[in-house]
Design a protein around this ligand. Structure first.
Ligand SMILES: O=P(O)(O)OC[C@H]1O[C@H](O)[C@H](O)[C@@H](O)[C@@H]1O
Length: 619
């Protein structure tokens, strides 16, 4: 996407920034307290804003405030901080890795969840990213690099933004603050050509923990080659550990003295959103308001997705009344901002029906995931969303390969291959896994234009393989707009018609079987080894049962067909959990599949099978 214009609001030198930082603790704690307190006021039109958690929230907030004030910093405010920097080993840093992201606890107050993403740790991680980036780009020391920073609505956002800025600036990196932003917009800033706002940036950092609870936060990193992978994150965390442990206050004061890096605030979301608007106008034949006459409601779950209403849908002419939870609120008082969450999907479905809207759109906190609801209240998420986007992409690229995660249905394969004439490549869970696989296929000569997960993550080749929930929704808007432009009426029916014929199982469930890491059966070994042993045993059981058929091609866990349905047991990407997906034509068949798994895992006493028991016994 090409950038069009930009606005610079502020330009502060590092000296000024550091000076400000000396007053930072007292100043910011007051500001943060007031602005967070504002989040607790009931907003007009907000549904169930006061749902009995106020006392808990205020208690947490005051603990957060105390914690915030007492925390030390290793950079600009080091001189003013008397708090000692706690010594941390490499393994402490590596624990912050969550696949290709960094995740940790940023807010104190939850029992058993001590703060791990402290100011000093975050500064060290940012400095490590700067060092990694400099090695990667092979920049010479005289050319300053620039890095953009954005964040979602979490209550720890501004504190982490400050720490990350200090870490970058102490490494001589110029910083652009985008404020409340979406993850895909951050990646996009490494591609945007716009000198006025110093884009493209060399790297981008998004401060987010997606849909996780309010006390968590984390970082995602981008260069113009995309999101960093697991190996890069490990490298950065190892470097961060060295930086953290080597740094002394004297060393930092020296680096403060020599750095001439600057920080600027830029309204980048307007630039990014105008690219989305441009894409829809173009698809409709350059009509200024191609969505005129459509009523589209958005549920941003109090995350960062509210911009989609006033910066995308309204300029395109859509009516957006009834849109909800657009105000950023890091306590997420309405529902979990996650299109995989049942309560979240219920909320947007109700909004569509109550407002008699043509379409509903829902985003996760940082807008890299999305789902939709048609005018009849039918959900366009999970397999249905994949089917819909596949139908659109296969019209544009007949025969192309659609790469999906491992928990997609058999019905989806039939739909893509028999109805749409494409190829379904069911790969592994994890958005980075599916994107990397699609890129790999293209590199070996197999054309693929779409990598998409049931979680609502999706990336298209035409959009630089950028994992973007807003762009997925733009593909739906394009379809609505071009249908309208060619005189087709009927609201979102044009979308619903595209998934006509997708076979869906009567029973669909996901159970998450926990591995107790402290159980004696693990014998001090890792939960991964234990999980692998469970899977191996299940595979042997399946091999010896003629009623069951193991999937001939499978990249993750054990996928088995039987009793007219299927199940997949696999290891979670991150947690000590074995997720079990079952799809079956009836309850009876689902129970039979569950019994196969139950029988096979019986001997593995560290595995919590209570959810399986419930399914089998019907309670
Ligand atoms: O393996 P699980 O625990 O089900 O988690 C899998 C999920 O992890 C993260 O949330 C990733 O962002 C998703 O892309 C992935 O699907």
């Amino acid at each position: 996407m090409a950038a069009v214009s930009g606005k610079i609001f502020q330009n502060v030198s590092v000296a000024h920034h550091c000076q400000q930082n000396r007053q930072f603790h007292s100043q910011c704690s007051r500001d943060s307290f007031t602005s967070n307190l504002r989040n607790f006021l009931p907003l007009k039109g907000r549904k169930s804003a006061w749902n009995g958690i106020l006392a808990m929230q205020l208690r947490t907030l005051s603990m957060y405030q105390n914690n915030f004030v007492s925390r030390g910093s290793i950079c600009c405010n080091a001189a003013s901080s008397s708090a000692a920097v706690r010594s941390l080993g490499k393994s402490d840093f590596l624990k912050l890795q969550n696949g290709s992201d960094i995740r940790g606890v940023a807010v104190a107050g939850v029992d058993g969840e001590p703060v791990t993403l402290t100011d000093p740790v975050s500064e060290a991680i940012a400095a490590a990213f700067a060092a990694w980036l400099s090695d990667k780009k092979k920049v010479d020391a005289s050319t300053p690099m620039s890095v953009s920073i954005g964040h979602d609505s979490r209550i720890s956002a501004s504190m982490l933004q400050d720490a990350v800025s200090r870490g970058l600036m102490s490494s001589g990196v110029n910083v652009l603050h985008f404020g409340l932003a979406s993850t895909p917009a951050m990646f996009n800033s490494t591609l945007t050509e716009n000198e006025e706002i110093r884009c493209p940036v060399d790297g981008a950092i998004m401060i987010t923990a997606s849909h996780l609870p309010y006390n968590r936060n984390g970082f995602k990193f981008f260069t113009n080659a995309g999101g960093l992978g697991k190996a890069d994150i490990k490298d950065i965390l190892e470097r961060a550990s060295d930086i953290y442990n080597k740094v002394t206050d004297d060393g930092l004061q020296e680096s403060q003295g020599t750095s001439s890096a600057s920080v600027r605030s830029v309204d980048y979301m307007s630039i990014y959103a105008s690219d989305l608007v441009h894409a829809v106008r173009k698809a409709a034949g350059n009509i200024e308001k191609p969505l005129e006459g459509f009523h589209i409601v958005v549920d941003a779950g109090n995350g960062a997705g509210g911009f989609f209403v006033d910066k995308v849908l309204e300029p395109l002419g859509a009516v957006t009344s009834g849109s909800q939870f657009l105000e950023p609120d890091g306590m997420f008082p309405n529902h979990i901002p996650n299109p995989e969450d049942k309560a979240a999907m219920r909320a947007i479905t109700e909004a569509v029906l109550d407002n008699e809207a043509d379409l509903g759109i829902i985003f996760d906190t940082d807008v890299d995931r999305s789902a939709a609801v048609d005018s009849t209240g039918s959900e366009l998420n999970r397999n249905r969303l994949i089917a819909l986007i596949s139908a659109i992409v296969l019209e544009e690229h007949p025969g192309t390969t659609i790469v999906t995660d491992s928990v997609t249905s058999d019905g989806l394969t039939l739909f893509i291959e028999k109805k749409l004439g494409g190829k379904h490549h069911r790969f592994k869970r994890g958005y980075k896994n599916v994107i990397d696989e699609a890129i790999r296929l293209n590199s070996i000569g197999e054309e693929s234009h779409l990598a998409i997960e049931t979680s609502g993550h999706g990336a298209l080749k035409e959009n630089h393989w950028l994992d973007d929930g807003a762009y997925l929704m733009v593909k739906l808007l394009n379809k609505l707009a071009s249908a309208r432009a060619s005189g087709i009426k009927g609201g979102s029916k044009v979308l619903t018609d595209l998934v006509e014929g997708l076979q869906e199982a009567a029973v669909t469930t996901e159970l998450r079987l926990k591995i107790d890491q402290n159980h004696v059966d693990l014998k001090g070994g890792s939960f991964r080894d234990y999980g692998e042993a469970v899977l191996k045993h299940l595979e042997n059981v399946v091999d010896s049962d003629p009623k069951l058929i193991k999937a001939p091609v499978n990249y993750e866990g054990v996928r088995v067909s039987g009793f007219g349905g299927w199940f997949l047991l696999r290891l979670s990407l991150h947690d000590p959990v074995l997720p079990l997906n079952i799809e079956a034509p009836s309850n009876d068949a689902a129970v039979k599949l569950a019994l196969v798994v139950h029988e096979a895992v019986r001997e593995f006493r560290a595995l919590d099978t209570s959810s399986l028991d419930k399914l089998i016994h019907g309670n």
